[in-house]
Design a protein around this ligand. Sequence first.
Ligand code: SF4
Length: 322
Amino acid sequence: TEPLVQVKDLSKYFPVTRGALVTRKIGDIKAVDRISFDIYDGETLGLVGESGCGKTTTGRVLLKLIEPSEGQIIYNDQDITLLNKKDMSPLRREMQIIFQDPYASLNPRLTVGEAIGEPLVAHRLASRAEAKERVLELLRVVGLAPFHYNRYPHEFSGGQRQRVGIARSLVMNPKFIVADEPVSALDVSIQAQIINLLQHIQADYALTFLFISHDLGVVRHLSDRVVVMYLGRLAELGNTEQLFAEPKHPYTQALLSAVPSVKKRKTKQRMLLTGDVPTPFNPPQGCRFHTRCPMVMPECKEVEPAWHDTGDGHFVACHLFN
Ligand code: SF4
C-alpha cells in the first residue's frame, strides 16, 4: 500500500513572550518537534500519548488547520506544506476532522440538517434540494432518523451529536479523516456504538484515518498501526498486534502496564509512571523521557536517541535499541 500522507521532520513551535508593552521572546513551546511518519492509504493509524504530548496539534497541523513551523506534509504525492488557503481548498474537502466535542463546532442557529449540508451549498457543489437529499442519506448512514434533519444541536444527546459530527465529516466525500478523541466525552455504552460506526464508514467509504486518543483500549481495537508520542517527539511506532504484545520503548511499556489487564494476570509487574510530564517549554535534554524512565542510563541525559527501525516497520527512539 502507498502512503496517503507523509510527515517529514514536522514541527510546530509556539513562541512564548514576556512583557506587556515591549514583548520579548523567551523561547518556544515545542508542541510537535521533528516528527516523521507515513499514513498508508486505507489504514487507521492510532496516535496515543498523555494529554499535552502534542497529539492534537499534530492532527491539526496535518490538515493545515494550523500552519507548521518546519518540515513537510505530503498528501497524495503533493507537497501541501506551503499551499495557501485558496490552493488548499479542493484538498480541504478530502481532508476532514471529527472533534471530541462536536457541539462546539455546530452552529446552534442552524438545524442539524442545514449544518451538515452547509459546506455543499457554500462551495456551490449542490443545490439546496440536492444537499438535503445528500444529508438525509448521510443521516441514515450514521443511524439517525430523517426527522432529525429539522432539529437543533441542543436537542441532541452526546452520542447523537457525534453521529452528526461524523455525518458532517462525510458530506464532502473525504479520503482522509483525523478523528481527535471522538469518543472520549461519551458514556462507555455509547462509545462502543460510535466506534462501530467509525469502523463501518471506514470500510464503506475506503477512508484513511488518523485516530487520536489517550485510550489505549480503543486505539487497539480500531488501529492497524499505532504511533506513541511523548512531549512532542515520537517514542515508538509499530503494527498494533506487535506493539501491544511486545512494546519496546520504556514509555510505551509504562503506558500499557497502566491499562488494567482483562485477564488479570497478577504475574505481570506493573510499571508505574512517576513524576509529572515535564513541560514542552524547554523540554529535557537528551531523551525527553529520561526524567521518568526506569531504565535511564547516563547517555540518555545527553544524547537524543535516533528514530531507529528495528525491523518489520517497527520504529523506536531509545538508546536501548540503537
Ligand atoms: Fe529510557 Fe534512555 Fe530509552 Fe530514553 S533513551 S527511554 S531514558 S532508556
